[in-house]
Each structure stands twice: as structure tokens, then as C-alpha cells.
Design a protein around this ligand. Structure first.
Ligand code: CTP
Length: 433
């Protein structure tokens, strides 16, 4: 299989085949989601699909004429014949060459049978036959008895052998009121399957973290005082989650050790949920030796209450109370002491004054390969923002003079990517030395 240029993470050319099934309405969500995500989507409909949803629906969602016939002169109204300047499009071949991925959703029993034997009697089947260079996905949708029929199962087996990835239908009450397997999967799940497949098909040159284990810490910690109260901080986990997602998109196997946050667990990432600094420490201790690159973006509570009351602390008429705090383990410092030469370790530093001096001290004392520092007071930086403005420090010839770079304000996603690309190249250097 040859590799395509455009892939997940950037704009992708998605060719969506829609066949006759009530699940065609879910294909509208797919077309809409992908378009909104910035991908280019072309839709090919069979005659049966057009009984359920109109081509205009997809053309409107994708801003591209929907393909319905092999014998239309072109995709633009008014195209009648080719000219030397504007050669006649051979639509099914052009679309097959254009696509980075072919998704047939919903895929009826009929299209699955046709694909299994190579029939090319309409625009979709001809396009599918002409498409050869990228991933291809079938999302079956049909009555449970049609799905379980030995001939459909045989056809699906043949399709798999021919390189199709099958997103298995779900079970439940079907439109025909039979109950069982045959309901097309939800759009979110199909989108995830497409992302995963595109990632697998990306060339190594675009996947600098392929084969590596990246360990990320994220979010705040909570240090309980009693059963109803805890000490914590304003961290939202956005930076750490962006790092985990980008590491996955750059090909890594990712473990995300996360304090309590309101963010959705990123798919394809092993999320270890923790609450206290001690729990985060134990989660990291159990995984650090196996990591190639570790990025600690968590805002770990430095102290916890020395006493944790098993009952709610009552006022008992007091005007003030004194809390005694005791220090938590410094997870980054522990990792810095322990790391092997080939392990890359990146810390974060949140400062409110003397950013460079404080960050330089942390870089040296915690034995980091790189430290990403930000000032809470800088506009566009900080916990809840979607952007960050960072200063990046690397060890120089002496601890007192690290190499310092100031990066412009950027979204936490692009920043996470840039940090990881930098760490990947440091790791490559470490391996070669
Ligand atoms: N960190 C950690 N464990 C701690 C405290 C901090 O792993 N107990 C990590 C953070 O995840 C971050 C880095 O150390 O990567 C720096 O955290 P920061 O809170 O900025 O600094 P501290 O080391 O806590 O120092 P101070 O609070 O004095 O600025």
C-alpha cells in the first residue's frame, strides 16, 4: 500500500460512499463533522441511497456536488463535454485518485456483495474498484438476519481479505423492529476508526514518535482535608491533554496520568485517573522506566494536610483554625534523578515573577532535558486559556547558562506538537550519541 500525503491532523480528502439504508441519515452527520473539522469531503450515492436522503443534503454539507451517476459529464452543472483546457472528467477514476480514504457508510448487504466480487455497475462500485492506494472502511447497516446470513458473512470475510476494515455494526432495536446486530455504528465511533486507520497509514517521516512510549502528567491534584474538603489549584488539564493527543497523533503509545479534570479522555490513550499527588507519584513510578519521553504538565500540589480527618471538620465556635501541611513527593525531581541517558524528560514551570531565573533553577535541580516555562500573568498564558506563551529552556554548557528560547503565543494543540517534535529530535540525538 503506498502512502498518501494528506492525513489526519491536517486536511484529509475523504470519499464517503452512501448506500441504501435508513442509516443514511447518520452519513449526513459524518459529512457535516468532517467538513467542519476542515477535511474535504466528496460524497458518492447509490440510487437506493437517494431514496433515503437527497444528493442536495450532502452537496450542502460538503459544498461539493454529490456524485450520483457514472455518465454525468462532470461534477459541475453545465459541464457537457471536455475541452482541451478543461478535459472531460472521468469521475470515478478522478475521485479514486483524489481520495486519501474511502469510507462506505452505511454499507448495505448489496454493496458488500458487489465489492466482494468486483462488480462495477454504478458510480460508487466503479470508484471503489478504481481506488487502490489508501485505507478503506466499510460500515455495515442492515437487518440482523441479512447481516447474519452466511453469504453476507462470507462477503465480509472476502472484503477484509481485500483490505477493507469493517467497523462492526452495533446491536439493538433495528428500524425494521427486529432486534439484534445490524445497526450502523454511531458517527463518532466511525470517525475514530477513520482517524486510527489514517494514523496507521502515515509514513514514518510524519510520525516522529512511532514506536515510542510517551508518559504525560496532567491536571491538578486534590489533597483531602476531610470527607468534604480538599486543597487544589486552578489547573484545567488542557495543556497535558493536548500533549497526550498530539503524542498519539505523532505515532506514540501514550499513557496519560491525570488528576481530576472536566475534559474527555482522549481516545487511543491509556488514561490513569488519580486524585492526590501521592497517587500521581505511584502511577508515574510504575510506568516511568518503560517510557521513552515523559512530559510532566501536571500542577502537582506541593503540600497536603498533615492530618486527614475521617469526619467533617466542624466549626465548633472557632473564628480561625490552623492547618498544618506537609510536603508531597516531587515527581519530576524523582524522575530526573532516576532517568536513563536515553530517556527524555520535560518539565513545566508556572511562575509569576523572575521567569527565566526560576525556570533555570528547576531545569537544573530536576535534571530535565527541557523545561517549558510560562508566566501566569502574561496575556494568553495560564491555566484555563486555550493558548500559551512559553519560554523553553535546555541545559547549556553550565547549569547557570541554559539555552533559552522565547516562543510566540500559540494554541495549546500546536504548542504541544512543537514541544513533542522538539523532544523527538532530542531523543533521536540521545540515541545516536
Ligand atoms: N512537579 C512535580 N511534583 C511536584 C511539584 C511539581 O512533578 N510535587 C512538576 C510539575 O509537574 C512541573 C514542574 O515540577 O513539571 C514544576 O512545577 P512548579 O509547580 O512550577 O514548581 P515547583 O517545583 O512546585 O516549585 P515552586 O512551587 O517552588 O515554584
Amino acid at each position: 500500500m503506498s502512502h498518501r500525503k494528506r492525513t489526519v491532523g491536517s486536511m484529509t480528502h475523504i470519499l464517503l460512499g452512501v448506500t441504501g439504508s435508513i442509516a443514511a441519515f447518520k452519513a449526513c452527520h459524518l459529512a457535516s463533522d468532517w467538513s467542519k473539522q476542515g477535511h474535504e469531503v466528496r460524497v458518492v450515492m447509490t440510487a437506493a441511497a437517494r431514496e433515503f436522503v437527497t444528493p442536495l443534503t450532502f452537496s450542502s454539507l460538503t459544498h461539493t456536488p454529490t456524485r450520483t451517476s457514472m455518465f454525468a459529464a462532470g461534477h459541475n452543472p453545465g459541464d457537457v463535454a471536455g475541452t482541451p483546457d478543461r478535459p472531460l472528467a472521468i469521475n470515478h477514476v478522478d475521485d479514486a485518485k483524489w481520495a486519501d480514504v474511502l469510507v462506505i457508510a452505511p454499507a448495505s448487504a448489496d454493496i458488500i456483495a458487489k465489492l466482494a466480487c468486483g462488480i462495477a455497475d454504478d458510480q460508487l462500485t466503479s470508484t471503489a474498484l478504481a481506488y487502490s492506494a489508501g485505507p478503506k472502511i466499510l460500515c455495515p447497516a442492515m437487518n440482523v438476519h441479512m447481516y447474519e446470513n452466511a453469504v453476507t458473512q462470507r462477503n465480509l470475510r472476502i472484503c477484509r481479505e481485500l483490505g477493507w476494515t469493517v467497523v462492526e455494526p452495533g446491536s439493538g432495536m433495528l428500524a425494521c423492529h427486529d432486534s439484534g446486530k445490524g445497526r450502523m455504528q454511531e458517527p463518532g465511533l466511525i470517525e475514530t476508526a477513520v482517524d486510527d486507520l489514517l494514523r496507521e497509514n502515515r509514513p514514518d517521516s510524519e510520525m516522529p514518535l512511532r514506536g515510542l512510549h510517551v508518559l504525560v502528567t496532567a491536571g491538578p491534584t486534590q489533597e483531602p482535608l476531610d470527607p468534604v474538603r480538599f486543597l487544589t489549584n486552578h489547573s484545567t488539564g488542557k495543556m497535558g491533554y493536548a500533549l497526550a493527543e498530539q503524542a498519539r497523533d505523532l505515532g506514540a503509545r501514550v499513557t496519560l496520568v491525570s488528576g481530576p479534570v472536566a475534559l474527555q479522555a482522549p481516545h487511543g490513550v491509556d488514561v490513569v485517573a488519580v486524585r492526590t499527588a501521592q497517587e500521581m507519584f505511584e502511577a508515574v513510578q510504575g510506568r516511568f522506566d518503560d517510557s521513552d519521553i515523559t512530559v510532566m504538565a501536571a500542577a502537582v500540589g506541593d503540600f497536603r494536610p498533615q492530618e486527614r480527618s475521617s469526619e467533617k471538620i466542624k466549626k465548633n465556635g472557632r473564628d480561625n483554625i490552623t492547618l498544618t501541611l506537609t510536603s508531597n513527593p516531587d515527581i519530576l525531581a524523582w524522575a530526573g534523578e532516576r532517568r536513563r541517558e536515553d530517556q527524555v524528560l520535560c518539565g513545566f514551570a508556572m511562575e509569576t515573577t523572575d521567569l527565566e531565573a526560576n525556570a533555570a533553577k528547576k531545569l537544573a535541580s530536576k535534571h530535565c532535558t527541557m523545561l517549558v516555562a510560562n508566566n501566569l500573568r502574561t496575556p494568553g498564558a495560564g491555566f484555563a486559556a486555550d493558548t500559551n506563551v512559553v519560554t523553553v529552556l535546555r541545559p547549556g554548557d553550565t547549569d547557570d547558562s541554559p539555552v533559552i528560547e522565547h516562543w510566540d503565543k500559540m494554541g495549546k494543540g500546536p504548542l504541544a506538537r512543537r514541544i513533542l517534535v522538539e523532544l523527538a529530535s532530542i531523543r533521536m540525538g540521545a540515541r545516536q550519541n
